[in-house]
Design a protein around this ligand. Sequence first.
Ligand SMILES: Cc1cc2nc3c(=O)[nH]c(=O)nc-3n(C[C@H](O)[C@H](O)[C@H](O)COP(=O)(O)O)c2cc1C
Length: 275
Amino acid sequence: MIDFIVNRASCTRCGDCATDCPSRIIAIGDEGYPDIAPEKEPACLRCEHCLAICPTGAISILGFKAADSRLLQGAYPEADKLEILIKGRRSVRRFKPENLEPELLQRLLDVAWHAPTGVNSRQVRFTVLDDQAKVAQLRDEVMVGLVRMYKEGTLPVGAEYFTRFIQIWDRHKVDLIFRDAPHLLIASAPKSVASPKEDCMIALSYFELFAQSCGVGTLWNGLAKWAIDELLPETRHYLGIPDDHLLGYAMIFGQPAVHYARTVQHGPALIHRAL
Ligand SMILES: Cc1cc2nc3c(=O)[nH]c(=O)nc-3n(C[C@H](O)[C@H](O)[C@H](O)COP(=O)(O)O)c2cc1C
């Protein structure tokens, strides 16, 4: 049941909902009001475009009422601000030794949850370590495993770059993998959905940009991902990541202990104008 309800008192019968429906399952009846036949409901993508496009807020679907959505007119950030956020975002590798406020952490995840997914599958799962002690515990477990592999000579070929970080931990207890971050986020999705890897990467990208706009530092963490997913796969169980999930990527985050004064410069974009 997708619960498609039209408030006839406010519906202007403009038909925008029917035109915009990606599955084209909204029909306009004799009186001009939109409707979805029960047999068409399974084709609904649950994208809520009908609710989003309705100029008068006459449509509710999936139990969501238009009145509970935010109005968009004039509410988007200015392009200049968004551009400076994208260009000013940096990989943060130094963090304050403190947890984020739980409300802020929840907000970051709730916003990232709005990232698009293939066929609107919406199956990205956020595994989050919400306390710095939990990240330190995970770090210790992972480092024990990595040091063991390093000493046994069982690290795979290609791990030479990684080896230096393991040695530095072993000798000096300096953490160049998790960077003493207070939080870790892993995005995973069922392998059975249309685009699990892409869904996870997009969700993390949205998370990162929104986090940085809130003053929270983030770092895509390929080394942690590699350790957790490939070198020490038992860590996946330890973290409760389901076996049928593709582990998309890992990101550490927290209050930055570093401040960047300006954007960097990447020169012109690499563009190929085809044909
Ligand atoms: C997919 C991906 C994986 C990354 N993995 C790591 C990592 O394991 N450790 C690290 O210190 N930085 C990692 N980075 C950060 C990059 O090194 C960084 O983006 C690059 O040096 C440019 O710096 P900037 O992000 O501040 O612009 C990763 C970045 C991406 C996009």
